[in-house]
Design a protein around this ligand. Structure first.
Ligand code: ITT
Length: 191
């Protein structure tokens, strides 16, 4: 069975492909012309919107990821606006650092909601994962994407951008969401 991966973000796509590699589904990419406006106010609402609209438009099963960074001292910003916070990753990072300034409380979390829709657009599975960390004063590391260079995981003494892709996948927000989702996805699996 075909599963359309409803993302236009190459960093996310790579990670999603890794989690789904042994799922038995044949993955394909969302048609580029299919653009979905993220009108929801929550990660869950936007994940469902993207999965559902992609499924309906293609007539196939679809999986979507809506995720973002929530900084405690910024009242949860950038949150669902993480992608829209600035034009590119460097400017997104610069904006978070400038808004935090010399703030002592650097606590933050990444949140990820994964949603899966059947070909008629009905949401059949949904899963959330959270990873807590700390925002550094300057970027460290070159791997990953998005806000990875400023997101430090004290337990590992590394930022997401300093971790191997395997290590990041094992403890990230996306990893937790997929760990909960994959056994349920297996039950839906291809005949
Ligand atoms: P799609 O909607 O097409 O999937 P997007 O980038 O617009 O791509 P979101 O609306 O879910 O996706 O925005 C998520 C943003 O949060 C993303 O652009 C990154 O800036 C950030 N983000 C999410 N997961 C991340 C991760 O694992 N590491 C770093 N930044 C992440």
């Amino acid at each position: 069975k075909q599963l359309i991966v409803a993302t236009g973000n190459p960093g996310k796509l790579k990670e999603m492909q890794a989690y789904l590699a042994d799922s038995g589904w044949e993955l394909s990419l969302k048609p580029e012309e299919l653009e979905i406006e993220e009108t929801g106010e929550t990660f869950a609402a936007n994940a469902c919107l993207k999965a559902s609209q992609t499924a309906k438009a293609t007539g196939q099963w679809a999986i979507a990821d809506d995720s973002g960074l929530q900084v405690d001292a910024l009242d949860g910003a950038p949150g669902v606006y993480s992608a829209r916070y600035a034009r590119n990753d460097a400017e997104r990072i610069a904006r978070v650092l400038s808004e935090l300034g010399a703030e002592i409380n650097r606590q933050a979390q990444f949140v990820c909601v994964i949603a899966i829709a059947s070909p008629d657009g009905e949401i059949v599975l949904q899963s959330e994962g959270i990873c807590r960390g700390v925002i550094l004063h300057a970027p460290r590391g070159t791997r990953g994407f998005g806000y990875d260079p400023i997101f430090y995981v004290p337990d590992k003494q590394l930022t997401f951008a300093q971790m191997t892709p395997q290590l990041k996948r094992s403890l990230s927000h996306r990893g937790k969401a997929f760990t909960a989702l994959l056994p349920q996805l297996a039950k839906l699996s291809p005949e």
